[in-house]
Design a protein around this ligand. Sequence first.
Ligand code: NAD
Length: 265
Amino acid sequence: MPAPYNLDGQVAVVTGSTSGIGQAMAEALARQGVNVVLNGFGDPAQIETDRRRIEAETGVKVLYHGADMTRPGEITDLIDTAWRELGRLDILVNNAGIQHVAPVDEFPPEKWDAIIAINLTSAFHATRAALPVMKAAGRGRIVNLASAHGLVASPFKSAYVAAKHGIVGFTKSCALEVARQGITVNAICPGYVKTPLVEAQIADQAKARGIAVDRVVEDVILAAQPNKSFIEYEQLAGLLLYLVSDMGAGTTGAALTVDGGWTAA
Ligand code: NAD
């Protein structure tokens, strides 16, 4: 069956794509014929195994760039490398993110700074570097992985909620700036997806709230999600592929939820 999204031969950078949602989004793009640049931390041998596997399974070119999303110069080099090595840049997915859960008056300042840098400021640096290429091409797609926490709050997540509300605002502002230039900028706001980031939160939440680990999933994490199901990677990939295709050309500046009804409440 031909790919319905007409993305064959395009080039995408997905930040934070050595794990979880980012890796799943990179693979979903690769399966549509998009050459991808992976980024993120992890065991170098595992990253290389994943890179080769995606190439072998999809037939696209897959590069890896180890830019640290707290370092502006490395982020710029990530974008420049995609353009230089693969000849174009059509899609930027700003996905890298970290979490720390603690009461605000006990929140470690260095954790606050890291969360703002990785979850918010890195998207500015990547977007700043990517837009001139997209403007010159007269087309581009930027998708920011925000969160339901870009729209509503939970306790003990002050830095994350601040960064995610920030990325929703950044998305809207950028979208307005480039609306006449064939470039769309949108945010995807997932509810809970069972990735390594969420696994780590389960233990942290148990500590912060003083309750058992098994109660956290039922009473805390999925308590906010009316469908009582973790969001699946395929559900996020479906929205991403729509947004980056020509079908998504009319959607810009939007914060689109995939949250099982969480933010409807
Ligand atoms: P994850 O921990 O599985 O993956 C995070 C990725 O970011 C990894 O590849 C990691 O190496 C990378 N990363 C972290 N710090 C980095 C740095 N300084 N430089 C470069 N890369 C770095 O997390 P995930 O759950 O897949 O989350 C991905 C995004 O989705 C995040 O922005 C997160 O806030 C958002 N999100 C996740 C959920 C969820 O339930 N998992 C829900 C809503 C939004």
